[in-house]
Design a protein around this ligand. Structure first.
Ligand code: MSP
Length: 519
């Protein structure tokens, strides 16, 4: 498998926009943290990055939820949006824009695109009758819905008939299919690619994209035709266009010109059909290029079950963060879950990862290194020469130098957990190196120049592994850097920051303080 992210200047990363009828849970934070790690990584590599996330605020579910609470839909969504925004702040999410589908620039884009596609003949007026799920806001065919139950949420379906606008999905699905077939890295991982191809082969009808049964949505714009009722745009048609409005589509000298098409669109496997079929079909109709990659990740389960409000097993990130720290939470999700596969959250695994990887391996490496530097050299880097070390004693230097390239390969293939595994291999090697070189013995024998050379090997390794870890654990690495007395800009980094040879005689280090105290 080749590199997915090729060397090009701009990187555009998106998450799905979250429904505001739910409060943010660990599943939502999973997608957003992955996107954030990638965004931070590419900024660190000197790329221009645009990272978009936001909320999906229209539709009948919101209308009903607001009614039940005696609020207007706008009041309801304004409240829930704050919870998402404060969650992303707590989780250190570095988005460039938080888009809301109620934002006026988004509404204008949706109406403009609707009109353009209507004028081109890709949207037409017809009549729709079908089995409709009010919860999922989707129609299902008889084959999809056995026993008149929704195949997604198992709720009862109702027969709905209405005058409606249709998007010519059946026309564009063959374009989408050929595109998927000729671009093996468009829909990732491969299992999702196969899934969407067989879905397309099952035969597709045009997509109904307006409703007369809802009020809380974007109105179909004036098309110069007489309609019997007011029409509102289907939430998915509205929501998918956030990826365009979020970067100022059809505005002058906009981010759109710089960032389109998306480098990677992260989604959960449940919304694959919308992102790997309907969305590309819409883009074909608009004459726009397609995203480079759509990645459908797996689900996080708890106790073998899907999390849902009705089951009462929804895990809140804030509880985990309070117990283990935000960095440990980000680490766990990206280390323990293999991107693309399902995974399970358990407190035992979290505790195990925290103590073994973060407290013992990484935290301890920093702590013992600085403690020795204090004891032997009063926290000052002193004189040393390369000839103080045998070839075998420069193993860390060799490992750290290849680490940066290895991490780059993993990141470009979206193997976030493998990148972490590789980084921690070097951390464990550094701990082993301390045992092998036994700085305490060198000190006892008064081999001070060699001792300094050994300590610098460890310090440089700590610095480079920390740089590699910074997209995953930004605030912990900030503390590590403060202790190493490194004050660098990781958003616009100096190009030589990844090179070996930062620590020089005369530099001072900070004092050790546990970053991940044992639990
Ligand atoms: N609003 C739509 C997306 C529109 S994008 C144009 C939506 N929202 S959602 O809030 O229901 O889900 C958002 C994302 O969270 C989806 O990618 C979904 O897969 C993900 N997750 C929700 N629960 C999850 C887990 N338990 N585990 C991992 N991700 C899951 O769909």
């Amino acid at each position: 498998m080749g590199l997915y992210i090729s060397v090009s200047d701009a990187v555009y990363i998106t998450t799905p926009i979250y429904y505001v009828n739910d409060v943010p849970h660990i599943g939502h934070s999973y997608t957003t943290i992955i996107a954030d790690v990638l965004a931070r990584y590419y900024r660190l590599m000197g790329r221009k990055v645009f990272f978009l996330t936001g909320t999906d605020e229209h539709g009948q579910k919101i209308e009903k939820a607001a009614e039940a609470k005696g609020l207007s839909p706008q009041e309801l969504v304004d409240g829930v949006v704050l919870r998402y925004q404060s969650m992303w702040l707590d989780l250190n999410i570095s988005y460039d824009r938080f888009i809301r589908t109620t934002d006026s620039d988004h509404v204008s884009v949706v109406q403009a695109v609707f009109k353009q596609l209507y004028d081109k003949g890709h949207i037409y007026l017809g009549e729709y009758e079908g089995l409709y799920c009010h919860h999922c806001e989707a129609y299902y065919t008889d084959t999809q819905a056995s026993e008149k139950c929704c195949p997604d949420c198992e709720r009862e379906l109702t027969v709905l008939k209405e005058e409606a606008f249709f998007f010519r999905l059946s026309t564009f699905s063959s374009d989408v299919k050929s595109y998927i077939l000729s671009h093996d890295d468009f829909v990732l991982p491969i299992s999702r690619r196969n899934e969407i191809l067989s879905y397309i082969d099952s035969g597709l009808t045009d997509l109904c994209i307006s409703r007369t049964t809802i009020r809380w949505g974007i109105e179909v714009p004036d098309l110069g035709i007489q309609l019997s009722k007011k029409h509102y745009i289907y939430v998915w048609f509205d929501a998918l266009l956030n990826y365009l409005s979020g970067i100022q589509f059809q505005q002058e000298s906009s981010s759109f010109e710089r960032f389109w098409p998306p480098t990677i669109q992260l989604i959960g496997k449940d919304i694959l059909k919308f992102h790997a079929l309907i969305w590309p079909a819409m883009l074909f109709a608009m004459g726009l290029s397609l995203p480079k990659h759509v990645f459908g990740h797996g689900f996080i389960y708890q106790g073998g079950e899907k999390m849902s409000k009705s089951k009462g097993n929804v895990l809140s990130p804030s509880v985990i963060v309070e117990k283990y720290s935000v960095d440990a939470f980000r680490y766990f999700l990206t280390r323990e879950m293999v991107l693309g596969h399902d995974g399970t959250y358990t407190d035992e695994n979290m505790l195990q990862r925290y103590n073994s990887d973060l407290a013992n391996d990484y935290g301890n490496l920093l702590n013992r290194t600085l403690t020795m530097m204090g004891k032997y050299f009063d926290f000052q880097i002193g004189f040393f020469t390369q000839s103080d070390l045998e070839d075998s004693e420069r193993v860390l230097e060799r490992e750290a130098k290849i680490l940066v390239g290895n991490v780059e390969i993993c990141m470009s293939e979206f193997k976030l957990s493998v990148a972490l595994e590789t980084i921690f291999c070097v951390i464990r090697q550094a701990n082993k190196y301390i045992e092998q070189c036994a700085p305490w013995a060198l000190h006892k024998n008064n081999q001070l120049s060699k001792l300094m050379a050994v300590m610098v090997q460890i310090l440089e390794t700590l610095r480079i592994v920390s740089l590699c870890l910074s997209p995953y654990m930004p605030s912990a690495v900030e503390q590590v850097f403060a202790q190493l007395n490194i004050h660098e800009d990781l958003v616009n980094p100096r190009p030589d920051l990844f090179e070996w040879g930062y620590f020089k005689p005369g530099m001072a280090l900070g004092r050790p303080e546990p970053i991940f105290p044992r639990k």
